[in-house]
Design a protein around this ligand. Structure first.
Ligand code: GLN
Length: 193
């Protein structure tokens, strides 16, 4: 049966994910309110700004409902800011009151803007576990993963830093596959549902 995948659409590059999910065979629509969250089988949290998304999650009364769905096992794919939000712990989360808030889907510590301190944005071809050729990865003020728990599988690294992980139904990349037209990572997520 075709799965209904939501894209959290409070802020960030929502449209590219909707297109990639549809091309990957899912039924995709935006999520901005609780009834829409309740209706989805899985959720993509896009890139954007994790502090702004956290603020809007609170404003839209979605923060605790989303945390509850994730705790119950809602499959999620987070890209860049989405990866940050899926973490159990965020390093450099931002200033008190306007910080990025962890949704606790993947047992990991993610450092915000980690690559950003070195170079703002860069692209490169990286190996990705389970894919038979390299992925062209676009990093934009990207985070990296500093710690993973025992149940987390590392899928990719860039410059020795972890940039893609999976834990059960949860997937996260610190880069943006929705921007390159390479559907393989969205397919990996959709096919796992
Ligand atoms: N630096 C952003 C953040 O902290 C993430 C950047 C991105 O999603 N491209 O949320």
């Amino acid at each position: 049966m075709t799965k209904h995948v939501g894209v959290l659409a409070l802020q960030g590059d929502t449209r590219e994910h909707l297109a990639a999910l549809r091309a990957a065979g899912a039924d995709a629509s935006t999520v901005r309110r609780l009834a829409e969250l309740d209706a989805v089988d899985a959720l993509v949290i896009p890139g954007g700004e994790s502090t702004a998304m956290s603020h809007l999650l609170r404003e839209f009364d979605l923060l605790e409902p989303l945390r509850a769905r994730i705790a119950e096992g809602l499959p999620c794919y987070g890209s860049c800011a989405g990866m940050i939000l899926l973490a159990t712990e965020i390093a450099d989360a931002g200033v008190e009151g306007r910080a990025a808030l962890p949704l606790k889907g993947i047992d990991m510590t993610v450092r915000r803007n980690a690559f950003g301190r070195q170079v703002d944005s860069f692209e490169g071809d990286i190996d990705f576990e389970g894919l038979d050729s390299q992925v062209h990865a676009v990093f934009i003020r990207a985070p990296w993963v500093e710690r993973v728990g025992p149940d987390v599988q590392v899928l990719a690294r860039a410059a020795d830093h972890i940039v893609a992980v999976r834990q059960g139904a949860m997937l996260a990349t610190s880069f943006h596959p929705e921007m390159t037209g390479d559907l393989r990572i969205h397919k990996l997520f959709v096919d796992s549902l």
